[in-house]
Write a protein of this length. Structure first.
Length: 290
């Protein structure tokens, strides 16, 4: 997509001067530099699919950010955007939207399963409607961030359900790390991707967290919960031994998630990824395990 375009409104334009492949890579890099970098280690034949998936995931995630206060806008605007994507996936009608057409091409060629993408949409819908407990939050994380990496694995030809389940857990690890790294920005955008019961244990509510009423001690409690969940998912994912190389390549964002789960990672908020992050990803691929 050209800079400034929108998947909901941007129409296909044969006169674009930038080659479609290069344009999709540029858009993916701007939207999600972590997953973009990791996708460069996928087999070349799968990279275009990866860029499309990154753009699709970005559009779904954008639906969660409320430009107005929650009390004024509520979840409706985001739910309408997500319903649009649900309609595209169910109907097979791209409505002349370039990104939607690319997503449907992935489904038509069998590279990615439709139920994986539908689960990603539903995970965002659940966040907008509220996550009442840890079980609901875990499901949303594993279908959202986890489902994104499952789609990547499907795009490189992984079909084994046991392997895909482990990739899903590692996607959840990246999602937890991303929350730890970007939590201030996420909350400023109007999101509250945390379960109500965990908030209550910290003495918070969703509205209170969004409006910046949380104390440093309360935020620290939530961060500890996130770290524990990330480590639990990592332990489960490691139980099966080494992943096949294609599945490992599709799971590389978990390496960045693990780095963000470290104590003190909050201090890196707003800073770009460094050489250490990139080296950690490459070393993981060379070692053959996360």
């Amino acid at each position: 997509m050209p800079p400034g375009s929108n998947a909901m409104t941007g129409r296909m334009d044969a006169s674009q001067s930038v080659p479609a492949g290069l344009a999709s890579m540029q858009a993916a890099r701007r939207a999600d530099p972590d997953r973009f970098f990791c996708a460069l280690f996928l087999p070349p034949a799968a990279r275009h699919a990866a860029m499309v998936l990154i753009a699709f995931n970005h559009e779904c995630t954008r639906a969660l950010s409320m430009p107005a206060s929650w009390s004024v806008a509520g979840p409706m605007a985001g739910l309408i955007r997500l319903q649009w994507w649900r309609d595209v996936l169910e109907s097979g009608n791209a409505q002349r939207v370039e990104l939607a057409a690319s997503v449907l091409d992935l489904l038509a060629t069998g590279l990615v399963r439709r139920d994986t993408l539908e689960a990603m949409v539903e995970a965002r819908e659940c966040e907008l409607e509220g996550l009442p407990d840890r079980a609901a939050w875990q499901a949303a994380m594993l279908d959202g961030a986890g489902g994104m990496q499952v789609a990547m694995a499907q795009a490189v030809g992984v079909t084994d359900t046991t392997v895909l389940a482990r990739v899903r857990l590692l996607g959840g690890v990246y999602g937890v790390g991303a929350l730890l790294r970007y939590l201030p920005a996420v909350l400023t955008a109007g999101r509250c991707p945390l379960p109500d019961d965990a908030l209550a244990e910290a003495g918070l509510t969703r509205d209170g967290l969004r409006t910046g009423q949380a104390t440093p001690a309360q935020i620290s409690t939530l961060r500890a919960m996130l770290r524990q969940q990330g480590h639990d998912w990592l332990a489960q994912a490691r139980m099966g031994g080494r992943l096949p190389r294609p599945a490992l390549a599709a799971s590389l964002p978990a390496v960045l998630g693990l780095r963000d789960m470290r104590e003190g990672s909050a201090a890196r908020h707003g800073l770009p990824r460094g050489v250490g992050d990139r080296m950690a990803v490459m070393v993981t691929l060379l070692r053959g395990r996360i």
